[in-house]
Every structure is written in C-alpha cells, then in structure tokens.
Design a protein around this ligand. Structure first.
Ligand SMILES: Nc1ncnc2c1ncn2[C@@H]1O[C@H](COP(=O)(O)OP(=O)(O)O)[C@@H](O)[C@H]1O
Ligand SMILES: [Mg+2]
Length: 254
C-alpha cells in the first residue's frame, strides 16, 4: 500500500495565532487511520485546510500523487477526496433523496442542463444517480425515511446522511470529523460498523474521534496531534502507553 494523502509542513494561523505549526503525516491507501488529540489541537482546522475550505499558509498536501494544496473543495471532491462536517449542512427543505441527489452531481450545472435538454444520456445519468442514492440510503438504513425532509431526521440519522452524502461523490478517501459525536450509544456502534464496511470496500478513512474505545476498535494506525503538530503515530496500544501523549491530554484538560 502506498501513501494516498501526504501532508508536509502545513501551516495556518488565525489572527496571528498559529493553529497548524508545521503538520507532517501521511495516510496509507486503504487504511482506517485515526486522528486524535486534545481539544484545540488543530484537528478540525487541519481538515478545513486539507479539504480546501481555508488556504494553507505554508506546506503542501498531496492526494493520490497530485499536489492539491489549497485546491477548491469541489475540485477535491471530484478528485476523490470527500469529507463530512460535524453538523450536517444543506438546504432544510430537501428530502433525504433530494439531498443525496444534489451531492452526487459531478458538475453544478448538470441537473439544469438535463432538465433543459432531456437528452437520453442525461436521463440515464440521472437514473444511475437515483439508483445510487437509493442504494446508499438503504445501506445506511435510511431507506424508510428517504422521502422525509432532512429536518425531520434524528440526530443519528443526520450523521448517517452526512456519511451518505460523502459516499455519493464516489470518494477514494473520506475525512470524518467526529461522525459519532452526540449520537445515542446504540447508534455509535452501528455507525462504526458502517465505517468499517466502507473501509473494507477500499475507501481510505481518516477519522477524528474523541472516544478512545472507538479509536482502539476501528483505527490503525492512530496519529496524535497536540499544539498544531503531530506528536505521535502508531498502533493505538503503543501511543496510548506513551507518557508524552498522556501528558498532552492531561495538560489541556486540567
Ligand atoms: N476560523 C477560525 N478563526 C479563528 N480561530 C479558529 C478558526 N478555526 C479554528 N480556530 C482556532 O484554532 C484552534 C484549534 O481549533 P480546532 O482545529 O477546532 O481544534 P480541534 O478540532 O483539535 O479541537 C482553536 O483555538 C480554535 O479557536
Ligand atoms: Mg474539532
């Protein structure tokens, strides 16, 4: 397996405060990698910079061998790099099906073009997309709510829809920022199982998660960030046993 995502020397500051202070790490293709660290370590900011939401101030990001540093989010999605947000975003009036369809389009203009021309190629593309949306909804156990408005979903179902939205773009890798946060415990393990299944199909996963039992169950290797840098990397048991890692957590919490 080769490195699919290569981050080197990545820097980003807000109002003069350095949040990413030279982040270096790589994610192996096909792996289920964990990203942990105390609150404020810069994990979400790292995702925001890697996914093109905020430009980097220094350093580089390579994906599948290509330089994607500060690339636009939709360009990165087309390249096969998807992400989820901690809170599902979108248009409140859409149904689950419409929400999935919207994010499966390769180009923003696709559906308008299809509606205007009604070409058979466009119709076929839309049918394929609809089948994909249905398949993804079913596998995430959202089949029975597919025609409900997104706003009517439970918190856990919204998290599943976020994962579904990412899958619609046929990603090679997904960045997940605390996809189980605030979800009731019975659904946490179910989401974990979905992620494992998605990973086994060959999609690389980089997961930010604060629940150490989940990280231990799902991820190998685990990368630890603290103070805007990577401080440790390895199998969970190994990094959890490290004194400097334990101190980084305690130092922030107390
Ligand atoms: N858009 C922003 N503007 C100002 N400060 C930000 C912004 N995004 C993140 N930060 C700051 O960066 C630091 C790291 O935050 P974050 O990346 O969310 O950490 P983590 O996800 O590891 O808890 C925090 O101090 C946060 O306030
Ligand atoms: Mg965060």
């Amino acid at each position: 397996m080769s490195d699919q995502l290569e981050i080197s020397g990545l820097r980003r500051a807000f109002y003069g405060v350095e949040v990413l202070r030279g982040v270096d790490f790589s994610v192996r293709e096909g792996s289920f990698t964990g990203l942990i660290g105390p609150n404020g370590a810069g994990k979400s900011t790292l995702f925001n910079v890697v996914s093109g939401l905020y430009p980097a101030e220094a350093g580089s990001v390579r994906f599948a061998g290509a330089d994607i540093t500060s690339g636009k989010p939709d360009m990165l999605v087309r390249a096969g790099l998807a992400r989820t947000f901690q809170l599902a975003r979108g248009f409140p009036k859409l149904t689950v099906f419409q929400h999935l369809m919207l994010h499966g389009q390769q180009q923003p203009g696709d559906s308008l073009f299809a509606a205007l021309t009604r070409s058979s190629a466009a119709r076929q593309a839309e049918e394929r997309l609809a089948e994909r949306a249905l398949g993804i909804a079913r596998r995430l156990k959202l089949g029975h709510v597919i025609d409900n408005p997104v706003t009517a979903l439970s918190g856990g179902q919204k998290k599943l829809l976020e994962i579904g939205r990412a899958l619609m773009s046929e990603p090679r890798m997904i960045l997940l920022d605390e996809p189980m946060a605030g979800v009731n415990p019975s659904l946490v393990n179910e989401i974990g199982d979905h992620l494992t299944a998605i990973n086994r199909e060959g999609i690389t996963i980089l997961l930010i998660e604060h629940d150490m039992a989940l990280i231990r169950r799902l991820c190998d290797p685990v990368i630890v960030m603290a103070n805007g840098r990577v401080m440790a990397e390895g199998p969970f048991e190994e990094i959890a046993a490290r004194e400097d890692v334990q101190e980084a957590y305690l130092g922030r919490r107390h």
